[in-house]
Design a protein around this ligand. Structure first.
Ligand SMILES: Cc1cc2nc3c(=O)[nH]c(=O)nc-3n(C[C@H](O)[C@H](O)[C@H](O)COP(=O)(O)OP(=O)(O)OC[C@H]3O[C@@H](n4cnc5c(N)ncnc54)[C@H](O)[C@@H]3O)c2cc1C
Length: 424
């Protein structure tokens, strides 16, 4: 569609690239700010092709622990050696991933961890406030549950052993409770009595169907005037150095006044066209769903020892985890999903067998665990909103709000300095 065909709104038209949780959140907040909105994506919002479909559903205002923490290097060999462990790097892919991995390790410096943690908290603390108005208007309040989050350990000392992480959370005002074996059973009787200690974060939340949430937010945006186009953006169209449109794969040009790049793990191919080389990898993650499995689990529970998540979902039990470096094109290795189910079974008192489905998605990963929310270096009418890694569901609505503030030329409600594109 050409610009002349688009009805112009008072604030102008914004074209959003990507309709995952980031894209649909941005679209809704842009509409509220008075912009006309087009969203372009070959995938249907909320469908399996999006990372936003298959995540673990954590909506956690208190999420402020980066993936790369002091001492991480000591754990890497153990994780890599274990075929059912949480981390995999395909050997042939290692040369490609190495620069990213070195930056990841560099981010584990304590001084840097302090900065990243503060940045994470600054964005995530507003997650409920930013989702609630959208979810209410979309009529799907059941998709945000506030039941807390439980990190279980198989040893009695486990919960206290992550003292620095606990200290970080407490310093950022996150309520933390340490539970013993009996208290774990009282809180979550569905779990087998094999856990001797736990960290409970009572103020965290969860979404029991993240794909449906994306679909509902896309429906809401459509009702409020956004137009969704099933197409892939191939390139930016520039005139005198300014981006005036995007060219789709079929050659069609769509014009707009501003652009938001929210294409998740695929974003860097497009940001490179604007001269920005941002270190970026797909951190491939897996889930296995046991449809209809009634374990009795109510609270999202993380195996702190084995690094995966058990999430009670609308359709059954989801077990999610793994970080695999293998790029955007290689087919999934569903043995990783099967391994998650195998390891999860002993965690429950009962787990009824149901229809099992497996999924792999591409987390959009920066090496320092925080996204890029900034204007493009050489085109100030293009806003980047990508790289949310393991926390894109948490940060979706907040990102939507701050991007709409940027597009409107207003001061942003969160200081975006830590999320600059040129911080690497
Ligand atoms: C196993 C697992 C568990 C997770 N658990 C959690 C959790 O509990 N809590 C949490 O907050 N996060 C979690 N995450 C991370 C979270 O899912 C992601 O950070 C988030 O979904 C990223 O959203 P997005 O909109 O950036 O990307 P996506 O949802 O992947 O959407 C990007 C969209 O861009 C489109 N696109 C790509 N290229 C183009 C193009 N050229 N033109 C147009 N469109 C394009 C794609 O088709 C896609 O639809 C988890 C991830 C995984 C894998």
């Amino acid at each position: 569609m050409m610009a002349s065909q688009m009805p112009r709104k008072q604030g102008g038209n914004v074209l959003v690239i990507g309709s995952g949780i980031i894209g649909v959140s941005v679209a809704n907040y842009l509409l509220k700010a008075g912009f006309g909105v087009d969203v372009v994506d070959p995938a249907i919002p909320g469908s399996k092709d999006q990372c936003s479909y298959g995540n673990a559903g954590g909506i956690c205002p208190g999420s402020c622990i980066p993936n790369s923490m002091p001492g991480v290097l000591g754990n890497v060999p153990k994780w890599l050696m274990d075929p059912e462990g949480p981390l995999h790097v395909r050997l042939a892919y290692l040369p490609h991933a190495l620069p990213w991995l070195l930056r990841f390790l560099a981010a584990s410096r304590k001084s840097r961890v302090e900065e990243i943690s503060a940045a994470m908290r600054s964005l995530h603390r507003f997650t409920f406030e930013c989702y609630e108005p959208l979810i209410k208007e979309a009529g799907c309040e059941e998709l945000l549950q506030k039941r807390g989050q439980l990190f279980v350990h198989e040893s009695a000392e486990g919960a206290a052993s992550g003292a620095y992480g606990l200290d970080l959370r407490r310093r950022h005002g996150v309520r933390v409770e340490i539970l013993n074996q009996g208290e774990i059973q009282d809180l979550e009787p569905a779990l087998a009595p094999i856990f001797k200690s736990a960290v409970y974060l009572p103020d965290q939340g969860q979404c029991p169907n993240p794909g449906r949430l994306v679909a509902k937010l896309a429906e809401l945006a459509t009702r409020n005037g956004a137009r969704f186009h099933r197409a892939r953006v191939a390139s930016f169209e520039k005139v005198d150095g300014r981006v005036v449109g995007v060219r789709l794969e079929d050659g069609t040009v769509m014009r707009a006044d501003q652009f938001v790049l929210a294409a998740g793990a695929w974003s860097t191919e497009l940001s490179r066209q604007l001269g920005d080389r941002i270190p970026f990898e797909s951190e491939r993650g897996y889930h296995v769903m046991v449809k209809g499995a009634d374990t009795g689990l109510k609270i999202q529970t993380i195996s702190a020892d084995r690094k995966f998540v058990l999430s009670p979902m609308e359709e059954g039990l989801r077990i999610a985890g793994n970080v695999e470096f293998s790029g955007l094109r290689k087919p999934p290795n569903m043995h990783r999903a099967d391994a998650l189910l195998k390891q999860a079974r002993p965690m429950f008192k009962k787990i009824e067998d149901g229809e099992v489905s497996r999924w792999m998605g591409h987390r959009p990963g920066t090496p320092d665990s925080i996204p890029v929310i900034d204007r493009a270096g050489r085109a100030d009418n293009v806003i980047y909103a990508f790289g949310h890694g393991h926390q894109g569901l948490i940060a979706g609505a907040v990102t939507g709000k701050v991007v709409a503030e940027m597009a409107s030329g207003q001061p942003t409600s969160v200081d975006l300095t830590p999320f600059r594109r040129d911080r690497f």
